[in-house]
Design a protein around this ligand. Structure first.
Ligand code: NI
Length: 170
């Protein structure tokens, strides 16, 4: 397994719309394993392939305590269950050290392929439901700051520019 570099906002590559995976082969499984290692190393609870500059519809999630229950979503589709929207604090490995509340469906029905290419479906709620919707957005080139006011998004942009200037070697 290998740790992959994570793209950071406002990198335009994060705006790419990902294409479906045709066959879940060893290459896709290697991507899944590398994404899990990358997510765990960064102490994240979700990571979309878009964030590691691979524009295929692959997501990894683990909302368990102790990084013990990895969930693999290949070609995911979800449907909100009910009209209820719930705001929850979100962060993103592509927008480090920034958190904001985003309203999303409280419960969703998910359909996806697993690491072996087997289809599965499940219902998710709370943190997991939020996480699925957040990561799915990445595959569509959408970031959680897109739901904020232009003023707030501008502040995040400035913060990130400052961060990237500081990260550059002198
Ligand atoms: Ni994210």
């Amino acid at each position: 397994m290998a740790k992959l570099p994570i793209l950071e906002f406002p990198d335009e590559r994060l705006r790419t719309i990902a294409t479906p995976v045709e066959t879940v082969d060893d290459e896709v499984r290697r991507l899944v394993d590398d994404m899990l290692e990358t997510m765990y190393d960064a102490s994240g609870i979700g990571l979309a392939a878009t964030q590691v500059d691979v524009h295929r519809r692959v997501i990894v999630i683990d909302v368990s305590d102790g990084q013990s229950r990895p969930l693999v979503l290949i070609n995911p589709q979800f449907t909100p269950l009910g009209e209820e929207r719930e705001p929850m604090q979100e962060g993103c490995l592509s927008i480090p050290e920034y958190y904001a509340e985003v309203p999303r469906a409280l419960r969703v029905h998910l359909e996806a392929l697993d690491r072996d290419g087997q289809p599965y479906e499940m219902e998710a709620e709370g943190l997991l439901a939020h996480c699925i919707q957040h990561e799915y957005d990445h595959l569509e080139g959408v970031l959680f700051v897109d739901y904020l006011s232009a003023l707030k998004r501008d502040r995040v942009m400035k913060k990130m520019h400052k961060r990237h200037r500081q990260m550059q070697p002198a």
